[in-house]
Write a protein that binds this ligand. Structure first.
Ligand SMILES: NC(=O)C1=CN([C@@H]2O[C@H](COP(=O)(O)OP(=O)(O)OC[C@H]3O[C@@H](n4cnc5c(N)ncnc54)[C@H](O)[C@@H]3O)[C@@H](O)[C@H]2O)[C@@H](O)CC1
Ligand SMILES: [K+]
Length: 253
C-alpha cells in the first residue's frame, strides 16, 4: 500500500481551491469538516475531557455550561481561516458539553469570509444559548495578564492563530501569545500546523507553538517529515475535510 501523501503549502491550498471552484464545495463545508474533525480527534486523544453541564435544582442537566473560568479548552484565534476552524471547534466542543472559551487576538472587524460567518454563528449562540464565551483580547496593554486571567485551569490551549496563509515568523501579538502558550502547563493542540512552523521546510521560527497534538487537514505536510519539526508537532492526526480521495491523489502526482 502507498504511503499517505504529504503536501506542500501550495498543494494544500490547491486542494481547497479546486474543491471549491471545480467540485462546487462550499468553503464553509470544508471548514465545518475541519473543525468538527479536530473536535472528534481531541476527544479521542484525551478521554479525561468531560462534560461540564450544570445541573438544575432537581439534579437534571441543564443546557447551560459551567461558568467561564472553568473552561477546559481555550482557543486562541487569529483572523484567517485557521481562526475559522477554531470557531467551529469551539461550537462542536460546546455541543458535546465541554466548557470552551475563545480568545480573539485580532480585532473582530478584520475577520472575513467563512471565518467571519463562523464567528457570527458563535457570537450568536454565545449570547442566545450560553455557548462558548468569546473574548476580544486584541486591545489592551497587559496581554500576558489578560491571557492568564481568561485561561484559569484549562486543560488544553488551542492554536488557531495561523495556518497555511502564514508568511514569515509570527508577528505581534501572535509572537507574545506563542511564548505565553509554550510556558503554560496545559496541553497544546495545533490546528493544521503549529503556528511558526514552516510547513514546507519544517524550519521552526522563533517562536513556534510546541504542540502535543497537531490536527492537520486533508493530508500531512511535507515539512512535518523533517527532523527539526518533530519536537513542535506532538502526535500528528490527519483530519479529513471531506474532499474526495481522488482529488488528493490527483494533486499528489
Ligand atoms: N476554505 C479553505 O480555504 C479552508 C481553509 N482551512 C484553514 O484555513 C487555513 C488557511 O487560511 P488562510 O489562508 O485564511 O490563512 P491563515 O489562517 O493562516 O491566516 C492568514 C492571515 O494571517 C496574516 N498573517 C500571515 N502571516 C502572518 C504572520 N507571520 N504574522 C502575523 N499575521 C500573519 C495574514 O495577513 C492573513 O490575514 C488552513 O491552514 C486551514 O487551517 C480549513 O478550514 C479548510 C478549508
Ligand atoms: K495553527
Amino acid at each position: 500500500m502507498n504511503e499517505p501523501p504529504a503536501f506542500t503549502r501550495e498543494q494544500s491550498r490547491r486542494v481547497d481551491e479546486i474543491a471549491i471552484n471545480e467540485y462546487g464545495f462550499s468553503g464553509l463545508v470544508l471548514m465545518e469538516n475541519a473543525g468538527r474533525g479536530a473536535c472528534e480527534t481531541l476527544l479521542e486523544f484525551d478521554a479525561s475531557l468531560r462534560k461540564t453541564l450544570l445541573t438544575d435544582m432537581t439534579g437534571s442537566e441543564t443546557s447551560r455550561l459551567a461558568p467561564e473560568l472553568d473552561a477546559q479548552v481555550v482557543i486562541l484565534c487569529g483572523k484567517g481561516n485557521n481562526a475559522g476552524d477554531g470557531f467551529v471547534l469551539a461550537r462542536h466542543l460546546s455541543i458535546r458539553g465541554i466548557a470552551t472559551k475563545v480568545l480573539l487576538l485580532a480585532p473582530p472587524h478584520e475577520l472575513r469570509g467563512d471565518a467571519l460567518t463562523n464567528y457570527a454563528i458563535l457570537k450568536h449562540s454565545s449570547l442566545k444559548h450560553a455557548g462558548p464565551a468569546v473574548i476580544d483580547l486584541s486591545q489592551g496593554d497587559d496581554f500576558a495578564k489578560a491571557l492568564d486571567q481568561h485561561t484559569g485551569s484549562a486543560k488544553w490551549l488551542v492554536d488557531a492563530l495561523l495556518g497555511t496563509g502564514a508568511t514569515g515568523a509570527p508577528r505581534a501579538p501572535y509572537d507574545k501569545a506563542i511564548r505565553w502558550m509554550n510556558a503554560q502547563e496545559a496541553k497544546r493542540l495545533a490546528l493544521d500546523l503549529p503556528t511558526g512552523l514552516d510547513c514546507d521546510s519544517g524550519i521552526p521560527a522563533d517562536p513556534t507553538v510546541r504542540a502535543d497534538l497537531t490536527c492537520t487537514f486533508a493530508t500531512s505536510k511535507v515539512g512535518f517529515q523533517k527532523r527539526q519539526a518533530t519536537e513542535f508537532l506532538g502526535e500528528v492526526c490527519v483530519v479529513s475535510i471531506g474532499v474526495p480521495q481522488g482529488l488528493i491523489e490527483a494533486i499528489s502526482t
